[in-house]
Ligand binder design. Structure first.
Ligand code: AVI
Length: 322
C-alpha cells in the first residue's frame, strides 16, 4: 500500500493538552483522542466484541445487509474515502458491492500507521480495489483525496462506528459542514450514528463487567505516565460511566479515590486531586433518527436513505451533497 504520511506528531502537543486539561478550573478533562495509543487501540478492538457493546455489531450488520442498496443509490464512477478506517473490517461490504460495477480506489485516512497496515491486510485482496492510505488528520486527508480525483469522478466518504458521537453536538455539526465544503454536489457521506436506547443498556455498554472499558479509560493515565513521565498511580483512580440525560450522552470519567498530587514531568505540572474529583475523558452522544436528518439538512446535505438496526438501535445515514 502506498502511504502518504506527515512527520511524527510532537510530544509537546500531547503535553500541552494534558497541562491545559488537568489545570483547568472546575471540571478536569483530557481529550478522548489520546485514548488510542497501541494499548488503547487494542483495548478498543476488544470492546467492540463485548456482548454489552452492541454498537459495532449493529454497524457491521447494517453494512452487510444493505451495502448493495446503498451503493445502488450512488452515482458512477465513485471512489471511497474513509475517516478513521480502524481495521477496515466493516468496509469490506461496501467495497465488494462497488467493485461489482467498477474499479475502485479506497483511501483510508488514519493517524495510526498500524491501523492503516491492518486495513491493508484486511482489504488488500479484493478484486478491482486499490488502496492508498493517508496517515493524516481527517480533514487534511480528505482534502488531499478530493484534490487528486479526476473530473466527473464522485466521492463516497465513510464515517462509521458513531465516531461523530465523540464530538460535542455543535462540533459534530461543524465537522459535517467542513466535510461538505470539501465535497461536490452528488458526492455522499455514509454516517453511522448510535441511537438512544434504554439507559441501562447504554450504561452497560460503557461499564462492562469484565472491566475492558475500565482498562481502556485507565490506560489514558498509563499513557501519560509512559509518554510524559507522569506518576499516576492507576489503582487510585476508578472508571465511571454516566448517562447525561440533558445532553443525551454517555460520559466516561476517572474518579480519584483519595486526595492526591500527581506530577507530569513533560508538562511541567503538579496536579492536585480531591477525593472524589473526576477527570472527564470522553463523551459519546446518542442520536434520534430525525435529528440526524435535520443535522444533514442544516449542513448542506439531504438524507438519501436511513437504515436502522432492529437489535441495537443504530443508524446508517446516507447523506448526499446538495
Ligand atoms: C470510537 N467511539 C465511537 C467509541 C464510543 O462508543 O464512543 C469509543 C468507546 N468508548 C468507550 N467504549 C467505546
Amino acid at each position: 500500500m502506498l502511504t502518504h504520511s506527515l512527520p511524527a506528531r510532537h510530544v509537546y502537543e500531547f503535553a500541552d493538552a494534558v497541562r491545559q486539561g488537568l489545570t483547568k478550573p472546575g471540571q478536569k478533562e483530557l481529550p478522548s483522542k489520546y485514548l488510542y495509543d497501541e494499548v488503547g487501540s487494542a483495548l478498543f478492538e476488544t470492546i467492540c466484541v463485548l456482548p454489552e457493546y452492541g454498537l459495532t455489531r449493529a454497524d457491521a450488520r447494517l453494512l452487510r445487509e444493505h451495502s448493495q442498496e446503498i451503493v445502488d443509490r450512488l452515482p458512477s464512477p465513485i471512489q471511497v474515502a474513509e475517516l478513521g478506517s480502524g481495521s477496515g473490517k466493516k468496509t469490506r461490504w461496501i467495497l465488494e458491492a462497488l467493485s461489482r460495477r467498477q474499479k475502485t480506489y479506497y483511501y483510508p485516512i488514519e493517524i495510526s500507521s498500524s491501523a492503516l497496515a491492518a486495513c491493508q491486510k484486511e482489504l488488500g485482496q479484493i478484486d478491482l480495489v486499490s488502496i492508498v492510505g493517508y496517515e493524516q488528520p481527517y480533514l487534511e486527508g480528505l482534502r488531499a483525496v478530493a484534490e487528486r480525483r479526476d473530473d466527473g469522478e464522485h466521492l463516497l466518504v465513510l464515517f462509521l462506528g458513531s465516531t461523530i458521537g465523540n464530538f460535542d453536538r455543535e462540533a459534530g455539526e461543524e465537522f459535517l459542514r467542513e466535510v461538505r465544503e470539501i465535497l461536490q454536489i452528488g458526492d455522499a457521506l455514509l454516517l453511522g450514528t448510535d441511537l438512544e436506547k434504554r439507559v441501562a443498556d447504554q450504561l452497560a455498554a460503557y461499564d462492562d463487567p469484565a472491566g475492558v472499558t475500565a482498562a481502556f479509560n485507565l490506560n489514558l493515565l498509563g499513557r501519560i505516565n509512559r509518554e510524559l513521565g507522569a506518576n499516576f498511580d492507576l489503582s487510585r483512580f476508578r472508571h465511571e460511566a454516566r448517562w447525561n440525560a440533558i445532553d443525551r450522552r454517555i460520559e466516561m470519567h476517572l474518579r480519584s479515590t483519595r486526595r492526591q498530587c500527581v506530577e507530569v514531568a513533560a508538562a511541567g505540572s503538579r496536579v492536585m486531586f480531591n477525593e472524589g474529583e473526576t477527570i472527564w475523558t470522553e463523551s459519546s452522544h446518542k442520536y434520534r433518527p430525525h435529528e440526524v436528518v435535520a443535522m444533514a439538512e442544516r449542513t448542506g446535505f439531504r438524507c438519501g436513505g436511513q437504515w436502522i438496526d432492529e437489535e441495537w438501535p443504530f443508524a446508517q445515514n446516507l447523506l448526499v451533497s446538495e
